[in-house]
Design a binder for this molecule. Structure first.
Ligand code: CP3
Length: 354
């Protein structure tokens, strides 16, 4: 079919990119760079096209999604694009009543707290997210040899928003369910794993060259609880997309004690925040995985020489890795100077040119 022919063309065009080579732990011409949240409020061109359009609405407008996704690629010359969306988009797509409140984050109208509530989490089909397939089709045509990263929220982080009803510092209600009704919790994260796996498949079949599973808030858990209550669900997501053979990246914040388990869940590339140096992270993750990270985002507020010095530290710690994708330890912040990010990309490329 035409679809599989164009998918083959995308695979072929992106195959030898520095980003995919680093994910596969092959030699690279330079260390590839991209930034979590590279598309968004740090860019004036983003603020301009988003004017008067609500965040969730913008995620459902294919042309706008494609434009916003391309903005940081044009401006910063990063080695990969990340699909512009949000982790709650698939939940909205299956009919969960939610909104993304500016300055707050996702807010759920009726939180999921009982067994009866689980029935609201129905399966996701490609027909629920036609705008994703359409936007990715437009994007791969424009991106050429630059890979597109698809993404989703991991079961724990999605469950936290659904159970709490919004952002949470301590995840009290989430943990109350996890410890108090382990079977309900297991069924909830298993449902979310089904939905998330299906959502990532849609992105890969439309042309995404890699996927990242964001478990942003899972660092709130001790390793033993991660292993019993979270790992099986995250592993189910990774298993669902394994047959495609595209690199699977797994990231969370404050996950120093969980890095080995996050690799075990099925990631090919483990994302590391700024708290653990990459050489130490590699010891925790073990062989056979690439690492992604891990400059402290706040370093970008320091003068250029300090940014270079701290970047050099990251590159030095990464020198012995099997594969390294340079990134920040968490997302770009809205008040960051975009020029500092552009300079950072060219500094990493220059310093690592082989
Ligand atoms: O460039 C990219 O990385 C792609 C875009 C992207 C967004 N959200 C756009 C967005 C990605 C990958 C996400 C994922 C996401 N969303 C995560 C995981 C990544 C992480 O940072 O840990 C999480 C936890 C969310 C939930 C969420 N959505 C939060 C916490 C917020 C910020 C709320 C605020 O206003 O400060 C959002 C909204 C959101 N998602 C914005 C963007 C650009 C800001 C809203 C806007 O621009 O109007």
């Amino acid at each position: 079919t035409t679809t599989s022919a164009s998918l083959d063309a995308v695979r072929h065009a992106t195959h030898d990119s520095a980003f995919l080579k680093a994910c596969r732990r092959e030699p690279v011409p330079h260390t590839p760079v991209w930034f979590m949240r590279q598309a968004g409020r740090s860019l004036p061109e983003y603020l301009k096209v988003r004017e008067g359009i609500a965040m969730l609405d913008s995620c459902m407008m294919p042309e706008l999604v494609a434009e916003i996704t391309l903005q940081p690629v044009r401006r910063h010359k990063v080695d990969a694009a990340i699909y512009f969306s949000d982790i709650v988009v698939p939940l909205k797509a299956i009919g969960i009543d939610l909104d993304i409140k500016p300055g707050v984050g996702p807010v759920i109208a009726e939180p999921i707290r009982t067994r009866a509530d689980l029935a609201r989490l129905r399966d996701l089909t490609p027909e629920d997210v036609p705008y994703v397939t359409e936007a990715i089709g437009m994007l791969t045509a424009e991106l050429g040899s630059t890979p597109l990263i698809g993404f989703a929220g991991a079961p724990f982080t999605l469950a936290s928003y659904l159970v709490e009803g919004g952002p949470s510092r301590n995840h009290e209600r989430t943990k109350a369910m996890m410890y108090g009704d382990p079977q309900l919790w297991a069924d909830l994260v298993d449902r979310l794993a089904e939905i998330t796996g299906a959502f990532l498949k849609v992105q890969i079949e439309a042309g995404a060259s890699a996927v990242q599973l964001f478990d942003s808030w899972v660092g709130a858990l001790a390793p033993a609880d991660y292993r019993s209550a979270v790992l099986p669900a995250s592993a189910k997501v990774f298993d669902a997309v394994a047959p495609y053979g595209v690199p699977r990246i797994h990231f969370g914040v404050g996950t120093g004690e969980l890095l080995g388990l996050m690799g075990e869940a099925g990631a090919d590339v483990v994302g590391v925040d700024w708290r653990v140096p990459l050489d130490e992270a590699a010891r925790r993750v073990g062989p056979g995985k690439a690492l992604q990270g891990n400059l402290d985002p706040a370093v970008l507020y320091a003068p250029a020489p300090a940014v270079e010095r701290k970047t050099r530290e990251v590159l030095d710690a990464a020198a012995g890795l099997e594969g390294h994708v340079f990134n920040l330890g968490h997302g770009v912040m809205p008040t960051m100077d975009p020029d500092a990010l552009t300079r950072l990309v060219s500094y990493v490329h220059e310093q690592t040119a082989r």
